[in-house]
Write a protein that binds this ligand. Sequence first.
Ligand SMILES: [Zn+2]
Length: 503
Amino acid sequence: MGSLVPAGQARSGNAPRYAVIIVLDGARAGYLHRVPMPHLQALEHRGIMYTSAFTGQELANTPPSHATIGSGQFPKHDGVEGFLWEDPRTHRVDDPTQSWNVIAGRLEAVIADHGRPTLAGQIKKAHPDATVASVAAHKCYASDAMGGPRADYILCSLIYKNRWVAQAIGKHRPPPGAINNARWDVPIPPPSSGFGPAVQQWRMGKENGWTTDYALWAFKRVHYPRVMMINLSETDVLGHFAPNATIIPGLMRQFDYLLGKIEDAYRAAGILDRTDFIITADHGMSKIHAHVPYHVMSQAVAQAGATPVYIEHDTAVAIGLREGNKSRAVAENVLRLGGKGVDATFYKVQERGVWAYQLAASQPGLPTAFLAACGTLANTMASASGPDVFVVLAPNVSTRNFKAHGYQWVAGHLGPQWGDQHIPLVIAGPGVKQGVRSSYPARLVDIAPTVEHLLGAPTGRVDGVVLSDALTHPSEVMAAAQQRRGNQLRPLQAALKARARMP
Ligand SMILES: [Zn+2]
């Protein structure tokens, strides 16, 4: 290695390492193999592919998952519990993921207040001169949650006067020239002008292309952040509404082109062979075959004499209640009123200062291992601000039944079912084994410690493990830790997969 190292920078053995983390929002693991993707396949060949990677936590949606990718912490430890949650002191809804709240720094303040280490912080601890950039387009909450309070550059886009306009978040420096630069303005196409404009206010492919171009522009502008995190959101938004089977293959073909473009930029900068690539998703996506009506949830709350603070819902349901002591009654009502579409309901309890979810009710005939797996995943969000009631719907069942400009919501995610949980994960680059397929049940919490290790940074207190089976030179201690974790997670994962195969 080192042939591409720019003159003067080469120092034997300790030339700076870089990482690119690309999150294909809401991408199912199978998306990576639907069309020829030469750039991705080349990464797979010179890296490791995790065939059983999963979100491994709740709620399985964008803000918590991105906070976890950027921290190695469960939602209960970094505080990002969903799109919204309940302030346990005021019993009011807290909505820090709303765009203007993100811009005002309220989302990352939650992460900072929880005081746990983040990937950006650990990289800076080891390399004080290193910078970290996190980039999204319309999902400002994704780039902000993933970059966290210590990232240098957090970028996204916002609608301003009928255009998408480049944004930089909060107290983070924008790269010079990012703001008020008309080059990044994109007019919003009329919703009648096609599927993309109707459901995401961008033409199909335009948002992912814009995000990549903005990231690479920033990459050059600030002379090479040590870690570049990118959220590509279209797999999620278009996947929720996809009216036919051509949408996702088209997006994946374009993603492969964008990946090639990113590699070209790193090659031109002379650092490609010192860069580790991590390609993953924040959560999966389940096709919706049946619905449980949303009013079941409000009825269940009302019949218990409780007041909802918020209800976040899709293929699972998270309910915040003003009266926490009524959560068990609400959870029991949901199963009774919801019928076969509800697998199980949980309610939150606190015992000796520790929050946890307990099973309230479940469909007869479901394996106890599956119910235990749901409880384990729910406990990753068990905190004072986690939902009071957590509803696990049956596979491929959702409470969301609506259309956007004529397009039906046809797929969803949020819960512990395998379709929501299973994600792609490919890691390739210096320090990573080549041509390996691993069935290890890797989770989102493992990404930050693994990247920290690859970049020579210390791993702080995290909920994940270093994926030592990815490493060319794993230590015995690390390998043993991963093995122990695998022994815990394999039965959990087997229970989720078994539930997906039940009629
Ligand atoms: Zn989604």
